[in-house]
Design a protein around this ligand. Structure first.
Ligand code: RUG
Length: 819
């Protein structure tokens, strides 16, 4: 049926009175509240429903357009989508922000305040999940048929509270009041099998056939979340799967008359999508995690193939019609799963099935850290996914035979590239599976890809020289500049027009403005207003006063040893000591802001949080440094906090050990918001330096190669300690309880890791050049015109870091869906 035009409630989204009518209608008919007796949350929900209505129409139009164009679909499979709040972003993307602001004012409400009642969708840990969300925004903005698939976790990232300086985790029930953006689809339901066993069936044509039987099944139910592109023309879809008990499962026990057992089993299978694993840096090797991975992969592939309309097509067309991007190895069980479907359910011959599979998949690697690379014990695999293990063995056998033929006699090579690691009790190396089963493997920054090719995946780069590509990450300018920093967005639009929102390279036009005193003054005024705003939020929420005129020096990211928050603290302590020694003349007043969550089981990272808070307390109480130095830990760092802090940052701390941060994306967000980076030659910092120019960034520390060489020659931690008086003093203060008089050896484990356990993250090696670099920062900050000039140049040259550029590169170089 065609939809009659007059069915739409809002025919013109610029017509304030129709928006208001729609809003009040939703409040009454969807929320069931009398407008005279409402809470803010009711209005939020009513508004969200009106906005969702506007999105829904465009969404249906987009789907129809894709269908008619028979466009190639891109599916982004990710265990994490760190979306954040949706209201402000949706309103800006569909161009109705100001109109709704007026409507709300009319009923006595403030849009910004209302937006804060939204629970944030924190379905991710950090960079990887946020990247997925940025890419969805770009896919829709670029009008590409790109769809996300993930898990509908009941509990996303935990919320962090700080009690007595320690991190305490609290479950975050973001669905407590429901999610107004999503459409539950009880009719979109797929069976996902687990366990059971495999039987070989005789086939009429004499070929072997396998059946996976006696499985324990869980159902996957879809929830759809519309993803609006900028301009509102295209709205794509994010489909998240929630686990539901299968009817068979329940019936088995109900029929036995065991009602309680049936309900218990039901709850257990539904637990599958209950909670996000809150750790992105270590591999957890837990059964539930592998089940989550297969659960969402299986449901997504069934859905993808259904949309591919296999009844009308040949499987050999799949790679022309469908591209599937694996966000890290987490969804890489999709490779044997597609093989299983092709082989067992559709009797496609192995070689054809394999060619289809490899051409369909591509894999993004996000880390070189060995502890984060996924491996699964063969035993667990066999228990949960017996047929997949068989297929993996067969993939491996064929691959190793080929390698053996191409590189005869190299047994070491065979062992190193095998999917099965035989050394530590037989394990499946998921990265090897992902590389072998994909036609492209991408790293997320130039250095990262180079190191991937030359270190951990060196052998694969030799075997598949054309498979590895580098696509540097990007961030969406819609959320991270247009929405988060309204002041700067306005200034930019007034200066160069509004086109930058979808063509961020246009920021380049601001470069010339850096030399104009008047523009610098306006730019400074925006930064200053943003700093004041942040200062007022910190005062309101934490009851801490910070000086908006001080230099805002910020490190906000996950807490991890390789990110080196501890190095930052060593600078803070050194600075404190210098100030106490009366050496304040060369130093500018600073506010050092930290924020970030530690994985609940990561003791070292949690201890660093405590140390930050203890140092903050001591410095805060010392009147000799009042007005000169302050340390603040902002609790519960998340997307919303990031959006508040980014616009106010002046100095962006990107100080990871060279070679360890795959890319980083916070570095890009801060640069585009006019911060100057202090960083190592690591991840995307290198490209930031290239783009903004080396005079407009502070680089310090050893390179990845230098650290490698240093390690090979024997790393002498004590030498750094004895050679530098100030470093020695700072470390001694920490280890002797200066900051923890109530428990003197509280921080001994941190100091031991540096001095006695080899300083894996080279904090001591980089201390001296970091301190020297920080001195340069002070000198530059004293010259506020030059500082502002450099800050403007950072904005002007950050255009390349737009996720639109990154997604275009994926489209051209990997998905073969050029725009
Ligand atoms: O640590 C990396 C970041 O450097 C990177 O910017 C981000 C997006 O590519 O991914 C992060 N990451 C790595 N998140 N999880 C992992 C390990 O699986």
């Amino acid at each position: 049926m065609t939809v009659p035009e007059d069915i739409y409630e809002i025919t013109n989204p610029k017509d304030i009175s129709s928006l208001k009518r729609a809003l009040v209608n939703r409040l009454i008919y969807s929320i069931g509240k009398d407008p005279v007796e409402t809470q803010e949350r009711d209005w939020f929900f009513a508004l969200a429903y009106v906005v969702r209505d506007l999105l829904t129409l465009r969404w249906m139009e987009s789907m129809r357009r894709y269908y008619l164009q028979d466009a190639k679909r891109v599916y982004y499979l990710s265990m994490e989508f760190l979306i954040g709040r949706a209201l402000g972003n949706s309103l800006l993307n569909i161009g109705c922000y100001d109109e709704f602001k007026l409507v709300l004012e009319d009923v006595g409400l403030d849009l910004e305040e209302l937006a804060e009642t939204e629970e944030e969708a924190a379905l991710g840990n950090g960079g990887l999940g946020r990247l997925a969300a940025c890419y969805l925004d770009s896919l829709a903005t670029l009008r590409l048929p790109g769809f996300g698939y993930g898990i509908h976790y009941d509990y996303g990232m935990f919320s962090q509270r700080i009690e007595d300086g320690y991190q305490i985790e609290h479950p975050e029930n973001w669905l407590r009041y429901g999610n107004p953006w999503e459409f539950p689809r009880p009719d979109v339901l797929y069976r996902v099998q687990f366990r059971g066993h495999v039987v070989e069936c005789p086939n009429a044509d004499g070929k072997r056939r396998y059946r996976w039987i006696d499985t324990e099944d869980v159902m996957a139910m879809a929830y759809d979340i519309p993803v609006p592109g900028y301009g509102g023309e295209t709205v794509n879809n994010l489909r998240l799967w929630a686990a539901k008990a299968s009817r068979d499962f329940e019936l088995k026990y109900f029929n036995e008359g065991n009602y309680i057992k049936a309900v218990e089993e039901k709850t257990q299978s539904e637990n599958l999508s209950k909670v996000l694993y809150p750790d992105d840096t270590t591999q957890m090797g837990r059964e539930l995690r592998l089940k989550q991975e297969y659960f969402f992969v299986s449901a997504s592939l069934q859905d993808i193939l259904k949309k591919f309309r296999i009844d009308q097509r040949d499987f050999s067309d799949l790679p022309q019609e469908v591209a599937i991007q694996l966000n890290d190895t987490h969804p890489s069980v999709a490779i044997p799963e597609l093989m299983r479907i092709l082989l067992d359910e559709h009797q496609v011959p192995w070689d054809d099935a394999w060619a289809i599979t490899v051409r369909t998949f591509s894999y993004t690697n996000h880390t070189l850290l060995p502890e984060a690379l996924e491996v699964w014990s063969v035993r667990l695999f066999e228990e949960l996914l017996p047929r997949h293990l068989q297929i993996i063995y067969e993939i491996n056998h064929r691959f190793l035979t080929e390698v053996g033929e191409r590189f005869p006699g190299d047994m070491g090579l065979i062992q190193r590239v095998s999917i099965i690691d035989e050394e530590r009790g037989k394990r499946v190396r998921m990265a090897h599976l992902a590389i072998i089963g994909s036609h492209k493997v991408n790293g997320v920054a130039a250095l990262h890809t180079r190191l991937m090719r030359t270190t951990i995946f060196r052998d694969f780069a030799r075997i598949f020289p054309d498979r590895f590509v580098s696509i540097t990450n990007g961030i969406t300018p819609r959320r991270w500049l247009n929405q988060a920093n309204r002041g700067l967005a306005k200034l930019i639009t007034e200066t160069i027009g509004p086109g930058w929102v979808t063509d961020l390279e246009r920021l380049r036009q601001l470069a010339a403005m850096a030399d104009e005193a008047e523009f610098r003054a306006r730019f400074r005024a925006v930064k200053s207003a943003n700093k004041q705003h942040l200062a007022s939020l910190i005062a309101k929420r934490l009851n801490i006063g910070i000086d908006p005129a001080s230099l805002f020096d910020v490190q906000i990211k996950r807490m991890h040893e390789y990110k080196r928050q501890l190095l930052n603290l060593l600078h803070v302590i050194t600075r404190y000591n210098r100030l106490r020694a009366g050496l304040s003349q060369d130093m500018v007043p600073r506010t050092v802001i930290f924020g970030g969550k530690a994985a609940p089981g990561y003791h070292a990272a949690k201890l660093v949080i405590k140390l930050i808070n203890d140092v903050s307390k001591v410095i805060g109480r010392d009147s000799t440094v009042a007005g000169l130095l302050k340390v603040v830990f902002v609790p519960d760092y998340n997307v919303s906090r990031a959006m508040e802090i980014m616009p106010a940052v002046e100095l962006s701390e990107q100080i990871s050990t060279a070679g360890m941060e795959a890319s980083g994306t916070g570095n890009m967000k801060m640069a585009v918001n006019g911060a100057i980076t202090i960083g190592t030659l690591d991840g995307a910092n290198i490209e930031i330096r290239e783009k903004v120019g080396e005079k407009n960034i502070f680089i310090f520390g050893h390179t990845a190669e230098q650290l490698d060489e240093m390690r090979r020659g024997g790393y002498d931690a004590w030498r750094f300690y004895y050679d530098n008086e100030e470093l020695k003093l700072a470390l001694d203060m920490i280890s002797t309880g200066y900051f923890s008089p109530d428990e003197q050896d509280r921080f001994k484990p941190l100091i031991d890791s540096l001095l006695r356990e080899g300083d894996r993250f080279a904090i001591l090696a980089d201390y001296e050049s970091y301190i020297a670099c920080q001195e340069e920062v002070d000198r530059l900050y004293l010259d506020s015109e030059t500082w502002t000039r450099k800050a403007i140049l950072n904005v002007a040259h950050s255009g390349w870091f737009s996720s639109d550029r990154a997604v275009r590169e994926y489209a051209e170089r990997i998905w073969n869906t050029p725009i």
